[in-house]
Design a protein around this ligand. Structure first.
Ligand SMILES: [Zn+2]
Length: 239
């Protein structure tokens, strides 16, 4: 029976490995999707920021050309001033020139404010770009790891299943049946060690008589509390 227990322990290890692999196969694509979504959100925000700067630059260009037009109008008005005949016309031209000068002054102020806003935006964009590149590096590494893991899972699963099938012929059919039954009821763990008279599956104390029997027995022994197959863990008990 010792060798049956040893087989069961190996079988259970493979079973657990298969469970872990299947779990990963299910959850990794979801995790990858979340990473991609987060990346896209940050990328969009980055592009919004770039567009913001482009918008300010375009506005700056617009204001510069507006100012140029205003200066041209002012130049023409000043030229016309030399040609006016009456005092009334002269006063009207002066008023027009004053309005044009005020308008141009306003545009110049707007341009100065825009310079500040553009400088500020350039600075924050530069920081944002630096942060984003750092984030992108992490994202790409993590994403690559997931892809590699996913690509290797099927091969690993096939390997584990082959190992499993190789062990099965050594098991007595009734031992295998019991193992499968307990595994189904006990969340995948059917075989547990007993250390210092405690069942490692449920942490209950084992009756001394049962624990003694466990060290000698040729039969399968079950924990009276959780009904798992228990075995005497020599390494631990001796130490
Ligand atoms: Zn137990």
């Amino acid at each position: 029976m010792k060798e049956q227990i040893a087989l069961l322990i190996d079988l259970q290890k493979i079973d657990q490995h298969i469970r872990t692999l299947n779990h990963k196969k299910q959850t990794l694509p979801e995790k990858a999707g979340e990473l991609d979504q987060d990346f896209q959100t940050r990328k969009d925000r980055m592009e919004d920021d770039r567009r913001g700067l482009e918008g300010l630059n375009a506005l700056h260009k617009e204001k510069e050309s507006e100012l140029k037009q205003g200066q041209e109008k002012l130049r023409k008005a000043k030229a016309r001033l030399l040609e006016v005949k009456t005092n009334k016309e002269y006063q009207a031209m002066l008023a027009e020139i004053e309005t044009l000068e005020k308008g141009n002054g306003r545009i110049e102020e707007e341009i100065l404010v825009l310079y500040d806003r553009i400088d500020e935006k350039k600075g924050s964009l530069k920081n944002h770009e630096k942060d984003f590149e750092q984030y992108r590096g992490g994202y790409e590494a993590e994403r690559k790891k997931i892809d590699e893991e996913l690509a290797s899972i099927d091969g690993e699963l096939a390997d584990q299943k082959k190992k499993f099938e190789a062990l099965v012929p050594g098991l007595k059919p009734d031992v295998r049946r019991r193992y499968e039954m307990i595994k189904g009821r006990r969340n995948g763990v059917a075989v547990v060690s007993a250390r210092n008279a405690v069942c490692c599956g449920c942490n209950m104390n084992l009756p001394p008589q049962l624990y003694n029997e466990l060290q000698r027995s040729e039969e399968l022994i079950y924990c009276p509390n959780c009904n798992r197959i228990i075995y005497w863990d020599e390494d631990v008990n001796v130490g």
